[in-house]
Design a binder for this molecule. Structure first.
Ligand code: PEP
Ligand code: MG
Length: 325
């Protein structure tokens, strides 16, 4: 199997009916970097910057952050890398950071909320990113955006940092693209507004599912209770792809859904053309893409999403996949 996937490495990720599906990696540490070339991925769709912070014994200095980001960009070569700003808080704790007791940490002081309340931390990271990407494109996205005003505030921090670096004669990226993660359901009802502001969107299906169904993603007792391919999830995702398509804004999905071939098939059926996944999933997902007719699976998924069908989409997709090898 592994060898079979190896053989696919240099093939374009294209469906039988000629749709290009770009496959990106999720990464977060130096050890992930060799996978970029090995897997034949189109780039890094999600770089989880908090991992460096989680394995450190104190806050990494701007210089250390800069060194990591530079190594990531070098390993990616001319492939794009999307950095996500610190997503700490919730289940991602930093042992050296003063902990506040929270009754519901998943709903608490985390991710962009913490970043906006601690702009020093956010600025240090953005400075490291802006300098690491000098002379090339920098793509940055913010986690857990729940209101468009948070995105506006984060963009202001980026702009202030750019002005600061420019004033000090520092080299800057050629282009800075800013995006938001869609992982809080409230953002589903602000799609028009967020799409006017961002250069791209990235769906965090792990958190989006957790918050849509109110099931703790780490709690085995409830985690399997609802299907990730349920009509509710599919409709939520469809509204994102459709609106982003109308607005001409690129959208990627970077949660675990994209790492499973059957789920990725559903995503292609919904209209997603960019998926970011764990490195070991690139081979199996690409094998699925090569066998898939995007038009056919699109019809099947659309029918299912429009009206609740008698049988679950998961079953219908399984049959679909089996019939087509
Ligand atoms: C997600 O929530 O789907 C996501 C990609 O982010 P993380 O898993 O790091 O929370
Ligand atoms: Mg998330």
């Amino acid at each position: 199997r592994q060898e079979q996937y190896q053989a696919l490495r240099h093939l374009p990720s294209r469906t039988r009916d000629g749709r290009d599906i770009r496959l990106f990696l999720n990464a977060g540490l130096l050890v992930d970097l060799p996978h970029v070339k090995e897997s034949g991925a189109d780039g890094i769709g999600l770089f989880r910057t908090e991992l460096q912070f989680m394995i450190a014994s104190q806050f990494p200095r701007t210089g250390e952050q800069h060194a990591l980001y530079k190594a990531v960009l070098e390993a990616a070569g001319d492939r794009p890398v999307t950095f996500r700003t610190l997503d700490i808080g919730g289940d991602k704790v930093l042992p050296y950071m003063h902990q506040i007791e929270e009754e519901n940490p998943a709903l608490g002081w985390r991710a962009i909320r913490l970043g906006l309340d601690r702009p020093g931390l956010m600025r240090s990271q953005l400075r490291a990113l802006l300098q690491a990407a000098a002379g090339r494109e920098l793509r940055v996205m913010f986690p857990m955006v729940a209101a468009v005003e948070e995105f506006d505030a984060a963009r202001d921090v980026v702009e202030r940092e750019i002005t600061f670096l420019r004033r000090h004669g520092k080299p800057l990226p050629d282009l800075v693209k800013l995006g938001a993660m869609v992982e809080v359901p409230a953002l589903l009802f602000q799609l028009d507004e967020i799409l006017e502001r961002v250069d791209f969107l990235s769906v965090g299906s792990n958190d989006l599912f957790q918050f849509l169904y109110a099931v703790d993603r780490g709690n085995a007792r409830v985690a399997g209770r609802f299907d990730t391919l349920s009509t509710s999830v599919m409709r939520a995702l469809k509204s994102i792809v459709d609106k982003a398509g109308e607005a001409g804004v690129p959208v990627t999905l970077c949660g675990e859904l994209a790492s499973k071939p059957l789920e990725a098939l559903a995503l292609i059926g919904l209209g997603f053309r960019q998926l970011s996944m764990t490195p070991s999933a690139i081979g199996p997902v690409k094998a699925m893409v090569l066998e898939t007719d995007a038009g056919e699976v699109g019809d099947l998924v659309r029918r299912h999403v429009a009206a609740d069908a008698e049988r679950p989409l998961r079953e219908a997709l399984r049959d679909f996949a089996e019939q087509r090898g």
